[in-house]
Design a protein. Structure first.
Length: 264
């Protein structure tokens, strides 16, 4: 065999080996890409899970309600673990879940929840704010959510505000706008506290000279009435976000004998 023929055969052999190696590399890369794509397609997705507080502001000594909403929008089942360590300003009161198991030890909340694709699970808990919480400070509370290859954090922040009473929504109404001699006006006074402070109040109503208090005044809450012929004073407690109603009457001048058609 001539030397040139041997070179040609060797060249063909090298080209064949090279083509084979290249094909093997391409097949391996394709297989790896296919596997990665399949793993990506078959995966949990907890990215839309959230944690929220029922209110953005709370007073020292108040209650905060939290909801952790777990959403698996992926296409494979997953066991989700949650961990939430409440900050020192909070004391856990109660804990519940719509599925799975949650528990607490001290101020540490943990849970293990099996979730199917397209499933949502709600975890609820309430906590009391310490009475020493500083007005103007923020309570930041974070839950860690772990499931499959996912590890995400979700945070809710609540501001500590000063407790105040708000009586701007209070009202007083009368059964009539004016009264002739002998007629009676019935009054309804609603003391509405839309604020955050449980307050003690004193209400004074002084009648004009032609009106005189009649009957026995009443209230929808415990309190004390102090009355004279032309004044009424009520002292009592009005809790935050509640209202107390006072009812009383006053007559105009001297009561005349009843006559047919007279408006009493």
């Amino acid at each position: 065999m001539h030397l040139s023929d041997m070179k040609q055969r060797l060249n063909k052999l090298w080209w064949g080996l090279g083509s084979f190696c290249l094909a093997a590399v391409l097949l391996l890369a394709t297989a790896q890409m296919t596997q990665a794509a399949e793993e990506e397609l078959l995966a949990e997705d907890l990215s839309t899970s959230t944690k929220t507080a029922a209110q953005n502001e709370v007073i020292a000594g108040g209650i905060v309600a939290y909801t952790v909403a777990l959403h698996n929008t992926g296409n494979t089942p997953v066991v989700v673990s949650i961990t939430d360590t409440l900050p020192a300003e909070l004391t856990l009161l109660n804990l519940s879940t719509s599925a799975g198991v949650v528990s607490s030890e001290g101020n540490v909340i943990t849970g293990s929840i099996a979730m199917n694709p397209a499933e949502s699970v709600m975890v609820y808990y309430t906590a009391e704010v310490t009475t020493t919480a500083v007005v103007g400070s923020l309570i930041t509370n974070t839950v860690e959510i772990v499931g499959g290859s996912t590890h995400i954090s979700r945070t809710a922040t609540v501001a500590i505000i000063d407790a105040t009473a708000d009586y701007s929504g209070s009202s007083k109404t009368a059964s009539r706008t004016g009264a002739r001699r002998g007629q009676t006006i019935h009054y309804t006074l609603v003391i509405s506290n839309s604020g955050t402070l449980n307050d003690n109040v004193t209400v004074t109503d002084t009648f004009p000279t032609h009106l005189t208090l009649v009957g026995t005044p009443t209230s929808t809450a415990a309190g004390t009435f102090t009355t004279t012929a032309q004044s009424l004073i009520w002292t009592g407690g009005v809790s935050a976000t509640t209202a107390v109603t006072l009812s009383y009457s006053a007559a105009s001048g001297q009561q005349r004998p009843h006559r047919r058609g007279a408006d009493q």
